[in-house]
Design a protein around this ligand. Structure first.
Ligand code: CA
Ligand code: CA
Length: 452
């Protein structure tokens, strides 16, 4: 293994340099790209000009790692130990097989009951304590059972929440590599690449009941699959697959008349984070997908940040937030949105125009069932403007903003956003070409040089 690694290392420096020097056009559109194909998966960097993550010197992750900072991991503990050992140094993590987030140091699965043991929390006890018939509707849970829930939740969080330091590349070594029930948090760090992974079943064991959330209360959960937060920047999320399987939302029980929601976002970008490119991922059968900006307040450092490019992703039967934007400039081009008649997650909207948002949606393809009203594609959340151009619905050109406005009341009209124009793009294809172009090119499709 050591011999093989050092032999690889000498050739790598050259090919990384070649990839960095390549013209933006030449480095675009994996996997057909010839320039990057010579660079092993784990050493590849974001192509020049590929979205906002190419700003600010670009996104190289751990591409410059020495051989002693290349890790092969099969368990949650190995993954976290590798990240801790390398710290801020450039490092490459190759994920093999199925890594369980809810697992002990040896990789043995931990259940929600394991986390709760000794904390005093049981779901039955929690439901009895905060049943609105007993506890009422006017305040959030507090007291013995809520304290117990917080203790149990802290144990899960400490186990499956995995903080990713700066200068890191995490890749699946094969298209089968999976993070199951493991949340990746890019918290204030920069220069991170997350690629070629199946990311499944990130689930909060201990949702909190909030009777004051909405008209009928809600169960709220933590743990995004990827959380980019607290001024994190230069992050590339590419060729991953995101699913709740097997615990889909429609299989969740209801308590107090509301679904017991154990999921949060897929890729949430909040609290002043910036310069993110989300490309060639496949998101399937999930509800709240990508929250860009978590509050209308200006005290989270969001103003002038939250710049995100989303291109060549497939959004298959997503409920909402694909994305939902506040403040930031968000370039959404060449994605395929599939909305099926029999989707297990009910469709709410795709493009959410939130407070002070600057959404630019160009040349996206929407595949919708018969009778679907394309005015529903845009969701209004205090936004005032949006640019939509050259998008298609079932292969036909559709002016999404005009369709939305025609159905919206006077106080929710959206004007064209003339304040900016996306610049960092590789190649923009006609929307009509996108469904077939993406068919076999999204999600994990690569194999690293170290597959075994
Ligand atoms: Ca939440
Ligand atoms: Ca979230």
């Amino acid at each position: 293994m050591a011999g093989k690694s050092s032999r690889l290392a000498s050739g790598l420096a050259l090919s990384v340099a070649a990839a960095l020097l390549a013209a933006p056009g030449a480095a675009a559109a994996p996997p057909q790209d010839k320039g990057q194909a010579k660079v092993p998966l784990e050493r590849q960097v974001l192509p020049a000009g590929d979205g906002f993550a190419s700003f600010n010197g670009g996104t190289t992750g751990g591409a410059g790692a020495g051989q002693d900072r290349v890790y092969d991991v099969e368990t949650r503990f190995q993954l976290q130990a590798a990240l801790a050992e390398a710290g801020q140094e450039p490092k490459i993590i190759r994920v093999h097989g199925e890594v369980l987030g809810n697992a002990d140091a040896a990789g043995n699965p931990l259940t929600c009951e394991d986390y709760a043991e000794g904390t005093g929390y049981t779901l039955e006890g929690y439901l009895a304590a905060y049943d609105p018939a007993v506890y009422g509707w006017d305040r959030e849970p507090e007291g013995e059972l809520e304290d117990a829930r917080l203790r149990a939740a802290a144990r899960q969080k400490q186990t499956m929440l995995t903080s990713v330091p700066s200068n890191t590349t995490i890749v699946g070594a094969t298209p089968q590599a999976t993070l199951r029930g493991l949340s990746l948090q890019v918290n204030g760090s920069s220069n991170v690449i997350i690629r070629n992974l199946n990311h499944a079943a990130v689930s909060d064991c201990f949702p909190q009941w909030d009777p004051t959330d909405g008209a009928a209360g809600n169960w709220n959960s933590e743990y995004d699959m990827v959380q980019i937060i607290n001024r994190a920047e230069n992050v590339w999320v590419d060729h991953n697959h995101y699913t709740d399987a097997p615990g889909f939302d429609d299989l969740a029980p209801e308590y107090f008349g509301r679904p017991f929601q154990q999921h949060d976002g897929s890729v949430d970008i909040t609290n002043g984070s910036d310069l993110v490119t989300v490309s060639y991922n496949r998101f399937e059968d999930r509800d709240k997908l990508m929250l860009i900006g978590s509050t209308d307040s200006t005290n989270r450092g969001d103003v002038g940040r939250l710049r995100v490019t989303m291109h060549h992703n497939e959004f298959v039967n997503i409920g909402q937030r694909a994305p939902r934007v506040r403040f930031g400039q968000v370039d959404v081009y060449n994605n395929h949105f599939v909305i099926a008649e029999n989707a297990r997650v009910p469709f709410v909207y795709s493009l959410g125009a939130g407070f002070e948002s600057h959404l630019w949606a160009e040349a996206n393809a929407f595949t919708v069932p018969a009778g679907f009203d394309p005015a529903r594609i845009i969701g209004h959340y205090k936004g005032t403007r949006i640019t939509t151009t050259a998008n298609t619905v079932n292969g036909h050109k559709a002016d999404l903003r005009s369709l939305y406005n025609a159905a919206a009341p006077a106080d929710k009209q959206l004007t064209a956003d003339t304040s900016w124009q996306p610049t960092a793009r590789t190649k923009v294809s006609p929307a009509q070409a996108i469904p077939s172009l993406l068919k076999k090119n999204t999600g994990p499709i690569f194999t690293s040089s170290s597959s075994r």
